[in-house]
Design a protein around this ligand. Structure first.
Ligand code: FMN
Length: 126
C-alpha cells in the first residue's frame, strides 16, 4: 500500500504530489489527513519557506506512527534550495522512520519535464 501526503501553501508541491499520486494510482492528500493503514511507501512532500518547512509539516512528521510507515520517499519544491528535503529527513531520523536516499524535486511550479521525472521515480516505489 502506498500513500501520498503533502504540505503546500501555494500549490506547487500539491501539483507534484498529484503527479506522484497519479503515477502510483492513489489520491494525494494534504497533511490534515493522517495515515490510517500500514503503508509500504509514504510519499511525503513539503516546500521551503524562508529556510524552514511549514510548522504543520514538522508536527505531522513528529506525530507519524513509525509502526505504520515502512519507508518514506521525500519530495519538495522550492525556488532554489533543496534544504526542505534535509529538514524532512531530519524529522524522520528523529522518529526512526526509514526513507530512501532518492527524492523528487521541482523548482517552483513543476514543469512537464519535472512532472514526467516525478512519475518515473514514483513508479519505482509502488
Ligand atoms: C515566504 C516564502 C519564503 C520562501 N523561502 C525560500 C527559500 O528560502 N529558499 C528557496 O529555495 N525557496 C523559497 N521559497 C520558494 C518556495 O519554496 C517555492 O515557491 C515552493 O514551490 C512553494 O511551494 P508551495 O507552492 O507548495 O507552497 C519561499 C517562498 C515563500 C512564499
Amino acid at each position: 500500500m502506498v500513500e501520498v501526503r503533502y504540505c503546500s501553501r501555494g500549490g506547487n508541491t500539491k501539483m507534484l504530489a498529484e503527479a506522484i499520486a497519479e503515477a502510483v494510482a492513489v489520491e494525494a492528500k494534504d497533511i490534515n489527513t493522517k495515515v490510517e493503514n500500514e503503508v509500504d511507501t509514504l510519499f511525503l512532500g513539503g516546500a521551503l519557506y524562508a529556510y524552514g518547512i511549514d510548522k504543520a509539516l514538522t508536527t505531522y512528521i513528529s506525530e507519524l506512527d513509525k509502526s505504520k510507515v515502512k519507508r518514506v520517499v521525500v519530495f519538495s519544491t522550492s525556488w532554489l534550495s533543496k534544504h526542505a528535503i534535509a529538514l524532512i529527513k531530519k524529522g524522520l531520523d528523529e522518529k526512526g522512520i526509514p526513507y530512501v536516499d532518492e527524492f523528487i524535486y521541482a523548482r517552483g511550479k513543476p514543469n512537464a519535464k519535472e512532472i514526467a521525472k516525478a512519475k518515473e521515480i514514483a513508479k519505482n516505489y509502488m
